[in-house]
Ligand binder design. Structure first.
Ligand code: PLP
Length: 404
């Protein structure tokens, strides 16, 4: 093999447009959520093919607030939400943050997503929603999930944190259920540095989300005029008996607004979105097409004919047939400049934080399998085919040396 390359996990693109907007915003001395956040929301909604998007501080907030909306529709604290056992821990945390109990369902080893055949046996009288994750950008089986949800009158929320640019039967994820929750964290395709956004076709949900992100306020505006140049709100004293609606709190709220500087980063990213997405897809497909040669020792996901994977990362699962561990492989890759991240864990049985829920190791065999054996590697826009080829060669070399 030739020279050693660096293959970092994530990157952030900061186009000139973002730098210019950030300068302009700083000059106004108003950086709390205002017109740029609204602009970003509109652009994100357009990209996702939905009517509304509500920008927040993180993807975890996006999951949490999407679930918290359900309290306006009769859900009670302690009701249950179905969640895949394997996901980034934020998915499970969000259910608890929203006041619900997570009920975990195992995943399929080959898709890494919820196993629809196991959902119905987890549904009880208290179930209110299914939180379907499109892990590693691969769309979950939404037809099956939506049909179960319809039968049992459940809400469907997509955790699309890792699935920017993913298509399911030609439609963008994030608009396939009642609400979609995206992360805009640094390593994601569209990023605001830190951030999250909920997408929905339901304008009433969007209104509730805007209230929830700002402490549960009674205000209903899409953009707060107090925070833009006028500094004046003509609607303020329109509450009952002339009350100040900014200080009427209609629901248990959160404090997780996006700020204008973050929105400026996001607007710049959207400007070059197709370029970013194209490069990431090129990298991902290059590796997925060549990955079969590592069978039966290593596995990854595949793209189904009617879906498009959102290019977040390349998952690699060290299979039972391998004579080495996930840690051995990850160390070797790291030594060769290739950054790796583990593919999370079975939240209920491999995450210490969830031990209080009383699940036992062995209850989620597929999630635990991936939790012990999975890593993922970046495919971001600052990597080219040279780095992807280097990754393939490094893995090949590892297998030649260490697979007994
Ligand atoms: C599947 C999933 N859900 C939720 C989140 C939470 O997003 P954030 O880190 O922006 O809070 C992440 C993080 O990337 C994630 O991977």
């Amino acid at each position: 093999m030739g020279k050693k390359l660096r293959v970092p996990f994530g990157t952030i693109s900061i186009p000139e447009q973002s730098k210019r907007l950030i300068g302009e915003i700083l000059d106004t001395k108003r950086i709390s959520s205002g017109k740029y956040v609204r602009m970003f929301e509109n652009r994100f909604a357009e990209l996702s093919g939905v009517k509304e998007a509500v920008a927040l501080s993180s993807g975890t907030d996006a999951d949490t607030l999407a679930l918290a909306v359900l309290h306006d529709y009769g859900a009670r604290r302690g009701d249950e939400v179905i969640v895949p056992a394997l996901s980034f821990v934020a998915t499970g945390n969000a259910v608890l943050h929203a006041g619900f109990s997570p009920v975990f369902v195992d995943i399929e080893r080959d898709t890494l997503n919820l196993d629809p055949s196991q959902i119905e046996s987890a549904i009880t009288e208290k179930t209110r929603a299914i939180l379907a994750v499109h892990l590693m950008g691969k769309p979950a089986d939404m037809d099956a999930i939506r049909s179960i949800a319809r039968r049992h009158e459940l809400y469907v929320i997509e955790d699309a944190a890792e699935a920017h640019g993913a298509l399911y039967k030609g439609k963008p994820v994030g608009g396939l259920g009642d609400m979609g929750a995206f992360s805009l964290y640094h390593a994601h395709t569209i990023t605001t540095g830190e951030g999250g956004i909920v997408t929905t076709n339901n304008e009433e949900y969007a209104e509730i989300l805007r209230s929830l992100r700002s402490h549960g306020r009674a205000c209903k505006c899409k953009v707060c005029t107090i925070n833009i140049a006028s500094n004046y709100c003509s609607k303020r004293f329109q509450g009952d008996d002339g009350e100040d609606i900014r200080f009427v709190f209609e629901r248990i709220g959160y404090s997780c607004k996006m700020n204008e500087l973050e929105a400026a980063l996001g607007l710049g990213n959207i400007e070059i979105y197709h370029d970013i997405l194209g490069k990431r897809r090129r990298n991902l497909l290059y590796v997925l097409e060549r990955f079969k040669k590592f069978s039966p020792f290593l596995a990854t996901i595949r793209e189904e004919p009617d879906t498009q994977i959102g290019p977040h990362a390349i998952p690699i699962i060290v299979q039972e047939e391998a004579s080495f561990s996930r840690e051995d492989l990850a160390n070797y890759l790291e030594e060769h400049g290739i950054e790796t991240r583990t593919i999370f864990a079975s939240m209920p049985t491999q995450c210490a934080g969830f031990a209080c829920l009383g699940y036992e190791l062995g209850q989620f065999p597929n999630a635990e399998y991936i939790g012990e054996r999975g890593v993922h590697i970046g495919v971001h826009q600052d990597l080219g085919l040279e780095e992807m080829e280097y990754l393939m060669e490094t893995i090949e070399e590892y297998l030649e040396c260490y697979q007994k």
